[in-house]
Design a protein around this ligand. Structure first.
Ligand code: GAL
Length: 286
């Protein structure tokens, strides 16, 4: 099966291949549109999936962290592998990027002022107890990204994350915090490298994960999943007049067969298609 028919049609729920015929390996991904090209960044997962024996109290299934991959495309159907733009660390076991650790949900936005591509990602210890956000920068969308380190933004845990860049150039880091129970919306500094200190706590104790943010008709949308590890659950969306404003929850946006388990998927990104009015693509991991 292929992701595309004659290079024109996107086919969800099938195996996707790149232009070299290899399986696309970019989980928990996000897409950046820059100067006429789409760049898809995601987790490059190692081959083996195993349960971490050191974590008895929940099903901590993991693979080796293989860094962040990037694929480029002009039309969203043909994807060229651009390589690993943030490479895993093979020797230094202390590094956040060591393959034995957790590296998830990388997202990249472009800073018009500094002209840097800025990546935020979830970095964690192999038992998910570190709960931090890592930051990396690059002069080019295809890397190499330089890793700057990790923090617990606003002195709070950070696991599932996304980034959102608004039309006014302000950018936000949205992340599951407080043991994944509460979702933070945190405005970034002008260079997008740090939290600005302005943040809100949302959906308190509702355990929302896998946030994906988009804007439509001057309203802001957050799509998210429930919190059941790798098992699919019910999606939910919320709307606000501003990123740091109050979010009103509207429930499950899916309908039809398997809507209550998001068609076996979990949100990772919503792409606003440049040049097409009201055209969005929601991306889910299955
Ligand atoms: C999910 C989360 C994934 C990953 C997984 C680990 O809830 O959305 O990104 O962290 O847990 O079990």
């Amino acid at each position: 099966m292929s992701n595309v028919e004659e290079g024109k049609i996107i086919k969800p729920s099938t195996e996707w291949t790149d232009t070299a015929g290899n399986k696309i390996n970019a989980h928990g991904g996000g897409i950046l549109y820059h100067n006429g090209t789409y760049y898809w960044y995601g987790e490059y997962k190692g081959d083996s999936t195993y349960r971490n024996p050191k974590v008895p109290n929940w099903e901590c299934y993991r693979t080796e962290a293989g860094g962040v991959s990037c694929y480029s495309s002009k039309d969203l159907t043909k994807w060229k592998f651009e390589g690993l733009v943030l490479k895993p660390e093979m020797k230094d076991t202390v590094s956040d990027l060591h393959y034995s650790k957790v590296l998830e949900r990388p997202k990249v936005i472009y800073n018009d002022k500094t002209r840097k591509f800025v990546m935020w990602l979830h970095v964690d210890s192999s038992d998910y107890s570190k709960a931090a956000a890592g930051v990396a920068v690059s002069d080019s969308p295809t890397g190499n990204f330089t890793y700057l380190g990790s923090i617990q933004p606003n002195n709070a845990m950070s696991r599932d994350i996304t980034l959102f860049k608004d039309e006014d150039g302000k950018a936000y880091h949205v992340y599951s915090s407080e043991n994944n129970e509460t979702l933070y919306v945190s405005q970034l500094t002008e260079d997008y490298l740090k939290p600005s200190g302005k943040f809100t706590r949302n959906f308190i104790k509702s355990s929302r994960e896998a946030p994906a943010v988009f804007k439509h008709n001057n309203k802001y949308y957050i799509l998210s999943s429930g919190c059941t590890g790798w098992d699919p659950n019910v999606a939910e969306y919320a709307i606000s007049d501003s990123m740091l404003g109050k979010w009103k929850v509207f429930g499950n946006p899916c309908s039809g067969k398997d809507a209550n388990i998001t068609f076996y998927g979990q949100s990772t990104h919503v792409l606003n298609i440049s040049g097409k009015k009201d055209a969005y693509i929601a991306m889910f991991d299955k």
